[in-house]
Design a protein around this ligand. Sequence first.
Ligand code: ATP
Ligand code: MG
Length: 399
Amino acid sequence: LPAEFEEAKEVLGAIQQAGFEAYFVGGSVRDTILGLKIHDVDIATSAYPAEVKKIFKKTIDTGIEHGTVTVLDHNRAYEITTFRTESTYQDFRRPDHVKFVRSLREDLKRRDLTINALAMKPDGEIIDLFDGLNDLKEGNIRAVGVAEERFHEDALRMMRAVRFASQLDFTIEKNTLDAIKHNAHLLQNVAVERIHVEWAKLLLGTNPKTGLENFLATTLYYYCPLFKDKEEVFRKILRLRGSVQLSSEASAWTLICYLSSLTSTAVKKMLRAWKSSNELVDSVVIATEIVSLIERRKLDTWSYYKGGLHCIKFANEVASILGFGINHTTLEENYAALPIKNKHELKINGGVLISQLKIKPGPQLGKILEKIEYKVVMGEIENQPTALLKAVSSWIEAE
Ligand code: ATP
Ligand code: MG
């Protein structure tokens, strides 16, 4: 067993000692069987939250209303969730109530896909009630139980099916695929933030083309924010040569926005509609512009400076995917050669200009500082106090 499980064994042991069942469940079990790296270890138990809290000294009520208690053990945190069923679903969203139960079968039954419905005992024995092992072996994405019903309960599961197809390069089994086609419109009822999480994982999967193909074939895309008219853009991505391997969500959005020929304002609107962080919005706006500069061979010193290495790099990743990327080393060297990387490195500031050259604070001062910044970046003036003061005096005299 991977080290993460070995470390967590004691926690499961303590729950069993107290007379309850405890299993590893969810993504970590799936990924271990596939030989993939695991991130977080989820534990499911027959003990109710209050019972879990009695067993351990240090616990946090992370999501106690959903049955999740975090246990702190040897400086590690484990999420322990009571077996539960999700009975009352409203409007195709998540359930508003969960019911705690003592049966593992009930808990596994409410999970989305067979490959996500496996449980593992502390000794590594797998409990496979829905043929998940076979689906893992065959590379199938299949809903647990009746697919139609499961997507009615929670429409996000359709996005999850498509995202796992991309992440694992699996095939969505016919019955499940048909049920997604049927119910795609229900995605409109799901919170954008939840769709966004799955969409980002789809884009960064091992085979995003598989994910996108399913995204189109099922028409799920049609029910995502501002994607109604984006079919052709996604088809363009499908036609790109090779497997489209993206390193970050920002690169993925940059590719989409660039291929959609969106203006900066439209890029902002798109990413905001997806409830993206300001950081993501800003990066994608800049990177989309940089891709077009790279394509037109107009990426000059000033663009390197304004873009910053981070944005330039993933813009170039996108440019490379599109077949017009620049050499990576050239890019790093050009950036390294910039006289300054940001304006705080200027060897002069507003205060000095005010005291030495008697310039009044205000718009004129701002303009002068911008001009200095530009000239220094472009290598037209040396970034050195006397040289800078001399340049500014000459500009003032010339006016
Ligand atoms: P990842 O590796 O991306 O975290 P995961 O399978 O662990 O994948 P999570 O979102 O962390 O995904 O969910 C943990 C588990 O909870 C899943 O494996 C699945 O069993 C169950 N699950 C998650 N979301 C749903 C859902 N919408 N409907 C039913 N079961 C779900
Ligand atoms: Mg997980």
